[in-house]
Design a protein around this ligand. Structure first.
Ligand code: ADP
Ligand code: NA
Length: 328
């Protein structure tokens, strides 16, 4: 169906981790073959909601480009681009910002959590970035958005904004649907009640795609489990071990049951090594490809320029129509 359009984004700050890979990027790769128009954006404007060092940010944008290409994002099948190179996003964002009331944003869980963390230091951008996300999606009249569980509330905001716009100005935006990935949440290796995250200050909690085999082994060895040495899958009462089983299943492509079956008689201490080995094997070719791509900065920049030009071609007519509809 040529009217179906997929959009998703990832912030360039920090190195891709196992959670990003299993929860997002792996399904992004599959979607490239399932939909005609697929847009993946390195959302650098979103990174500016928290302080950034300019040189580091510039490098991180290229690193993320290399990582996505290495994971299988194919510029022949999808449009891979840098958000800030397509000015239509910020134009639509302003128009949508003027359509959303303050409490709607203040009530979002992520804002409440981040605002609590940052006390009074949180920027206005941190409050309004979900509106920029709406503009990211709607700039392309996207119909499908692969998202993690953590983004469900923000998708509701996007749907409300699309509907609100349509009600006021006549039907224009499709109401985008979420595509939830099968691997909903990879947990922190150190605290199975939290998700694995780039920003976790505990370096042992997050397995990065570029970690050395030694680092991966040592992180899994220190993963939090419990006093039962059997390998079982029971996320409610055995969060740590179950997270290992879920990771093991996801990287091998086996089911949770198959993984548990194959681990009968293995104790959790040894099982950590088994899972670490499976992760190392899964990441090895990606890691090699990243190293290769990172050498050619010009190539990476060209990929982003070409992608951004294609994205702009799609976004430009949409924003022209929007401006006409709102009377500017
Ligand atoms: P992070 O929270 O590590 O900064 P992002 O917010 O940049 O990650 O998320 C990028 C994508 O990866 C999103 O689609 C998000 O839902 C997904 N994602 C992030 N962390 C996890 C996780 N621990 N498990 C599953 N998916 C995740
Ligand atoms: Na495609």
């Amino acid at each position: 169906d040529s009217m179906k359009r997929v959009f998703s984004g990832i912030q360039p700050t920090g190195i891709l981790h196992l959670g990003n890979y299993l929860g997002a990027i792996e399904s992004w790769v599959k979607l490239q073959d399932q939909y005609n128009t697929v847009l993946y954006s390195i959302v650098d404007l979103h990174s500016l909601t928290v302080p950034q060092d300019p040189a580091t940010l510039r490098q991180s944008i290229l690193d993320m480009t290399a990582a996505l290409l290495a994971c299988g994002i194919n510029p022949e099948k999808s449009i891979l681009f840098q958000q800030s190179q397509v000015s239509e996003h910020t134009q639509l964002s302003w128009i949508l910002t003027c359509m959303v009331r303050l409490p709607r944003l203040q009530h979002l869980h992520q804002w409440k959590a981040k605002a609590a963390q940052q006390k009074r230091d949180g920027t206005v951008g941190l409050l309004t970035y979900p509106v920029l996300q709406a503009a990211d999606v709607l700039s392309y009249k996207s119909t499908h958005v692969p998202v993690g569980e953590d983004q469900v509330q923000h998708m509701e905001l996007i749907q409300d904004l699309a509907q609100g716009f349509n009600k006021k100005y006549g039907h224009f935006f499709p109401v985008p649907q979420s595509i939830l990935t099968p691997m909903k949440k990879v947990k922190s290796l150190r605290d199975p009640s939290a998700k694995m995250s780039k920003s976790d200050p505990d370096k042992l909690a997050t397995v990065r795609i570029t970690d050395s085999p030694e680092e991966i082994v040592s992180k899994f060895r220190k993963a939090v489990t419990d006093f039962t040495s059997e390998v079982t899958y029971d996320p409610a009462s055995r969060g740590g071990v179950s997270n290992l089983v879920a990771i093991h299943a996801a990287v091998t492509g086996l089911s949770v049951d198959e993984v548990v079956q194959s681990s009968v008689g293995t104790d959790t201490a040894h099982y950590k090594q088994v899972v670490a080995d499976a992760v190392i094997e899964k990441f090895a070719p990606i890691k090699r490809e990243i190293e290769k791509l990172k050498i050619d900065k010009d190539y990476l920049e060209k990929i982003l320029r070409t992608g951004s030009a294609k994205a702009k071609e799609l976004a430009y007519p949409v924003i022209q129509e929007v401006k006409k509809l709102v009377g500017i």
